[in-house]
Write a protein that binds this ligand. Structure first.
Ligand SMILES: Cc1cc2nc3c(=O)[nH]c(=O)nc-3n(C[C@H](O)[C@H](O)[C@H](O)COP(=O)(O)OP(=O)(O)OC[C@H]3O[C@@H](n4cnc5c(N)ncnc54)[C@H](O)[C@@H]3O)c2cc1C
Length: 417
C-alpha cells in the first residue's frame, strides 16, 4: 500500500530518531518515525543525559518536565584510581543552571520524547514496524546510463499488518550502529581498531555504598558502577575478544576478577550466578566517510558508532538530530532538501565526532593497560590527577558535558494539539 508523501521518514526510534521527529513535528512538518521494537524497554544502552542535552531541553521548554522524572543528578564524575578517589569531571564549573549530568534510564527518556512528540499534529510514530529497504525515485530517462537508482524517496516497512511504502522528501537512517538502511544506501563505515570490550550486568548496591563512583580503575582491572537507585549498572572492561575464554574459566573466576578490580562489590558479586546475566558489548568506533545521498542521510550511531567511554553516544546522536533539523526545517517546507544541505550537516557534525572519537581512541589505549595487569595511570600522572587542578577539570567538563560546537534548537515552533 502506498501512502501520501511525508516531509520526512526516520528509521529508528532511538535518541537521534525521536529527537529529530520531535523537532520536525514541532516545526509543523509531517514526520513518521519507524521503530522495529514494540516499546522502548530494552537492555541497558546508556543512561547519561549530558548538560548540553539538558540545555537543549530547556530551549524546547521541556527541561522542568524532564527533570521531574525519577532520575539521578550528578555534578561530578568520580573514580577510584589505584585505590584513591578522584574527581575526573566537575560539571559544577559549567554555566548554571545546566551544570550537572543526569542518569535516566534510556527508555524513560525515549518514552518522554514520544509523549511530547505525540502532542504535535504532524508526528506519527509506528512502533513494532521494521524498515526493510529504501524506495527510490526513477531516474529520468536518458540521465542514468549506468542504471543507478534515482534519489531516495522513502522506505519500505513491514509490520503485523503487512508491507507498505512510506514515501518522503527526506529519508533519515537513525537505526543505530548496525544500520541496515545505510547499507541499503550503499554507505559503509570505516572502523577504527578498538582494544577493549565491555561486559554489562546489574548488581544490587552494597548495604553501605560509597559516594557515587563512575569507575574503579587499577592494574587489577576497570569496573564501571553507574548508580541506578537500588542497583549499579556495572561493566567490566575486558581485552577485545576474550569473553569466550572468560566463560570457559567459569563464573566463579569472573566474580573473583570483578571483586579484585572493585573491592566495594565484594558483598554483592555473588548475585552473578549465570552468564545470561552478563551481556557483551562489542565496543566499536567507526564513521561513514559519506553520510548522505540525494534524499537520504544517516545520523547518530548509524553515521558514527561511539565508544561508551564518557557516555557521550546519546548526546552526540541528539546533537546530530538538532543540526539536521536546523538545516532542513525550512527547505523541507519548500520542497526537496538539496544534497549540499545534507553535506553541510555532515561537515558540521563530523568535526566534533572526529575529535571525540580520537579522544576515546586514546582513552582506550590507557584503559587497555588494566586488561593486561598494568597500572592505568603512571605514578606521576596520578600525582597530577590528585592535585585536581581546576584547569583540567574545566576542560573535561566542557569537552564531555558540552562538547565542541554544541547545537541549539533553531527550528520555528508551529501549533500543538
Ligand atoms: C551497552 C551499551 C551501553 C552504552 N552506554 C552509553 C552511555 O552510558 N551513555 C551514552 O551516551 N551512550 C551509551 N551507549 C551508546 C548509545 O546507546 C548510542 O550511542 C545511542 O543510543 C545512539 O543513538 P541512536 O538513536 O543513533 O541509535 P540507537 O539508540 O541504537 O537507536 C536505533 C533505533 O533504531 C531501531 N532500529 C534498528 N533497525 C531498525 C529497522 N530496520 N527498522 C526500524 N527500527 C530499527 C532500534 O530498535 C533502535 O531503537 C551505549 C551503548 C550500548 C550498546
Amino acid at each position: 500500500m502506498i501512502q501520501p508523501q511525508r516531509d520526512c521518514v526516520i528509521a529508528g526510534g532511538g535518541p537521534a530518531g525521536m529527537m529529530l521527529g520531535y523537532l520536525l513535528a514541532r516545526a509543523g512538518l509531517e514526520v513518521t518515525v519507524v521503530e522495529k521494537h514494540a516499546d522502548f524497554f530494552r537492555d541497558f544502552r546508556g543512561d547519561t543525559i549530558h548538560p548540553s542535552t539538558i540545555r537543549l531541553l530547556g530551549e524546547l521548554g521541556l527541561r522542568e518536565k524532564f527533570l521531574s522524572l525519577p532520575l539521578t543528578r550528578l555534578s561530578t564524575l568520580d573514580a577510584v584510581i589505584e585505590g584513591e578517589r578522584m574527581t575526573l569531571v566537575d560539571f559544577g564549573v559549567l554555566r548554571p543552571p545546566d551544570n550537572f549530568l543526569v542518569f535516566a534510564p534510556q527508555w524513560d527518556f525515549l518514552d518522554f520524547l514520544a509523549r511530547e512528540a505525540q502532542r504535535l499534529p504532524g508526528f506519527d510514530l509506528r512502533m513494532d514496524t521494521e524498515v526493510i529497504g529504501l524506495v527510490h525515485q526513477p531516474s529520468p530517462p536518458g540521465e542514468d546510463p549506468a542504471g543507478e537508482e534515482g534519489p531516495v524517496a522513502g522506505v519500505r516497512v513491514r509490520s503485523a499488518s503487512g508491507e507498505q511504502q512510506i514515501r518522503a522528501r527526506l529519508t533519515v537512517a537513525a537505526d543505530g550502529r548496525d544500520s541496515a538502511l545505510r547499507k541499503a544506501a550503499g554507505l559503509r563505515p570505516v572502523e577504527a581498531g578498538v582494544p577493549i570490550d565491555v561486559l554489562w550486568f546489574s548488581l544490587p548496591k552494597p548495604s553501605d555504598p560509597p559516594p557515587a563512583t563512575l569507575g574503579h580503575l587499577s592494574s587489577a582491572g576497570m569496573v564501571i558502577t553507574i548508580d541506578r537507585g537500588d542497583t549499579y549498572q556495572s561493566g567490566l572492561i575486558i581485552k577485545k575478544g576474550t569473553f569466550p575464554a572468560l566463560q570457559r574459566a567459569g563464573i566463579k573466576a569472573f566474580r573473583t576478577r570483578l571483586v579484585k578490580a572493585a573491592p566495594v562489590l565484594a558483598g554483592v558479586a555473588d548475585t552473578l550466578t549465570e552468564w545470561e546475566q552478563i551481556k557483551l558489548l562489542t565496543v566499536q568506533i567507526n564513521r561513514l566517510p559519506r553520510w548522505h545521498r540525494p534524499g537520504f542521510i544517516a545520523i547518530g550511531d548509524a553515521a558514527h558508532a561511539m565508544s561508551p567511554m564518557f557516555g557521550v553516544g546519546v548526546n552526540y546522536a541528539i546533537q546530530d538530530a538538532v543540526a539536521l533539523a536546523n538545516a532542513v526545517g525550512t527547505e523541507l517546507r519548500q520542497g526537496v532538501v538539496p544534497d549540499r544541505t545534507l553535506a553541510g550537516v555532515q561537515a558540521r557534525r563530523e568535526r566534533p565526532v572526529k575529535l571525540m572519537q580520537a579522544i576515546q581512541g586514546r582513552g582506550h589505549r590507557v584503559i587497555a593497560r588494566s586488561t593486561e595487569g598494568r597500572r592505568i595511570v603512571p605514578r606521576a600522572g596520578a600525582a597530577l590527577l590528585r592535585l585536581g587542578s581546576p584547569v583540567p577539570r574545566r576542560i573535561t567538563a566542557r569537552l564531555i558535558g558540552v562538547g565542541l560546537l554544541p547545537e541549539h534548537a533553531r527550528t520555528p515552533v508551529a501549533g500543538s494539539r
